[in-house]
Write a protein that binds this ligand. Structure first.
Ligand code: ATP
Ligand code: MG
Length: 516
């Protein structure tokens, strides 16, 4: 008997060692349960743990009992006391008899071992025997001496699990944040690099981690205090205050984005910098919107002011009571007023169209359009405005009608031919023509004007974009015409592009579908 107890103690010691090195809760519980069962020669057992702060128990591990039967053990887990000091499960044996009969398992003896930690019950280990020999006082003692160790091991594993779960949550939040996030060590080496930042910079996380942050987040044209600049001494933390920098980031494809970076310091208990959290936000759209707003204001004020001051000037001159104008002067003045109000009207319409396109409220009213006639009519309306330009129609025979919105397409011709005149101040030939394929037509307007530098050609279809040249200052325009053309052609399912050589001329092409 003594040697059996000795063996029990030795065995306990071994298990304690094994337990303390395990942090994975399920495997720890399995180890505890099989060991406890072995120590007191029990054939079956359960470990039930408290669910959080609640006073109910949930089975976490079982031994010698088919898993499908575990729910039937609920009566054993009921009436669970909150405080360790009150621990007792009344009528335990009677409850077991009830369960055993119901599930037809020969479980006759039961012993319940509370697991307590700092006065709190963490859970209970139940052990069962099938025979008639009840658990002895010695069994109970041995188990009791084992219980404290078990409780500590379980508590550690639970804490570890909790910390792990929290870390996973945090990792997931950082990884899936829409903003770029990176965590730096005090030497500004990257430790964490999230997905959004990979997308912004083109650096895969595994390549970015371990590098100095200035290598990965190489900002140009910075303003503010850049901790990731080539010269880190240029920025340092002063207490808790974050450092903020704005700049441009060159991306792998050659495009650029504007970003704002906020560096926040984290200090350890001794007040030493332990980490830096960098939050990177793409502010390209914000900047574009800002620029757009200021361009809008300057363009609109400039373009509106000119006609308004002309109208005002002529109107007040003609209205002077002391003057007697001859009829020619009056007609001339009224003509200017008429033309300038047309210009105002056109500008306001363009602005309204542009804002309609922006808000998605742009609808086409389609029908069959004879584009050859439409082009001729627009040319006619321009012919009287210029004697320097020579118009040449150039359409292939049997030109099909297109399925489109006639008014919108008139707008397209109006702007393209208007541009051809405006940007060919010396005059020359203006060709308007087209050819057709099976399901679409290609139309073009070609001039012999000043042309467009290659690096500007891609930007002309943006709102308010005008090429900066001496002609820009001397011609009127809001930079909306090509944007509207582009939007109208796109809405028709067509394409618009241009071919231009500075000093030689420009041809703008667009396609339209022939049928619905
Ligand atoms: P708006 O059409 O709003 O009155 P705009 O003519 O300046 O003003 P767009 O028609 O959008 O605006 O043209 C944008 C810019 O593209 C022009 O300012 C001009 O610099 C350039 N551009 C357009 N067409 C030509 C052309 N045929 N030749 C040379 N430059 C052109
Ligand atoms: Mg124009």
């Amino acid at each position: 008997m003594i040697s059996y107890q000795l063996r029990q103690r030795e065995y306990l010691l071994q298990i304690s060692r094994a337990m303390t090195s395990r942090l994975d809760l399920p495997s720890l519980l399995r180890l505890i349960l099989t060991s406890a069962a072995e120590i007191v020669r029990a054939e079956a057992g359960l470990i039930a743990l408290r669910r959080g702060q609640a006073d109910s128990l949930v089975i976490h591990a079982s031994y010698g009992i088919p898993v499908s039967m575990l729910p039937r053990f609920a009566p054993l887990l009921a009436d669970f006391p909150l405080r360790a000091a009150e621990y007792a499960i009344p009528d335990l044996q009677a409850r077991l008899n009830l369960v055993a009969r119901a599930i037809r398992l020969p479980l006759h003896q039961v012993i319940a071992l509370p697991l307590t930690f700092e006065e709190r019950l963490l859970g209970v280990i139940y052990l069962f025997r099938s025979g008639s020999s009840a658990f002895s006082a010695n069994d109970e003692n041995v188990l009791a001496s084992f219980a404290d160790q078990v409780a500590i091991a379980v508590r550690n594993a639970q804490l570890y699990q909790q910390v792990n779960a929290e870390k996973q949550q945090l990792d997931a939040i950082i990884e899936h944040s829409a903003d770029g996030v990176m965590i730096l060590d005090p030497d500004l080496r990257i430790q964490v690099f999230n997905r959004a930042l990979s997308q912004m910079t083109g650096w895969p996380a595994e390549q970015a981690i371990g590098r100095q942050c200035y290598q990965v987040l190489a900002l140009e044209k910075t303003s503010g205090r850049n901790l990731c600049g080539a010269d880190p001494a240029a920025a340092h933390f002063d207490g808790e205050a974050p450092l903020i920098v704005e700049g441009e980031l060159a991306r792998p494809g050659g495009s650029r984005i504007a970003v704002s970076v906020t560096f926040s310091p984290l200090y350890d208990e001794e007040g030493r910098l332990s980490h830096v959290i960098a939050n990177v936000v793409d502010i390209t759209r914000f900047r574009e919107a800002e620029e757009m707003k200021s361009t809008f204001v300057s363009v609109v004020s400039h373009e509106l002011k000119t006609p308004v001051s002309l109208i005002k000037g002529y109107a007040s001159t003609l209205a002077r009571e002391d003057a007697h104008w001859d009829s020619d002067t009056v007609r001339e003045g009224l003509q200017v007023i008429n033309e300038e109000s047309d210009r105002l009207d056109a500008l306001i319409n363009n602005l309204l169209d542009a804002s309609r396109i922006q808000s998605g409220g742009f609808r086409l009213e389609r029908g069959d359009v004879n584009v050859v006639r439409l082009a001729e009519k627009v040319v006619e309306s321009f012919r009287i405005q210029t004697d320097r330009h020579h118009f040449v129609p150039d359409f292939l025979d049997d030109f099909p009608t297109v399925y489109g919105d006639e008014e919108r397409l008139r707008q397209v011709f109006n702007n393209l031919i208007g541009n051809a005149i405006k940007y060919a101040p010396q005059g020359g030939e203006i060709r308007v023509g087209g050819w057709h394929a099976a399901d679409n037509v290609t139309l073009y307007v070609a001039d012999q004007g000043i042309g467009i530098p290659l690096d500007e050609q891609g930007k002309l279809f943006q709102r308010f974009y005008r090429v900066d040249s001496s002609l820009r200052r001397s011609t009127q325009g809001a930079g909306l015409g090509l944007y509207l053309c582009w939007s109208i052609i796109k809405a028709h399912g067509g394409r618009i592009w241009l071919h231009s050589e500075p000093g030689k001329g420009t041809t703008v092409f667009f396609t339209l579908p022939v049928e619905a």
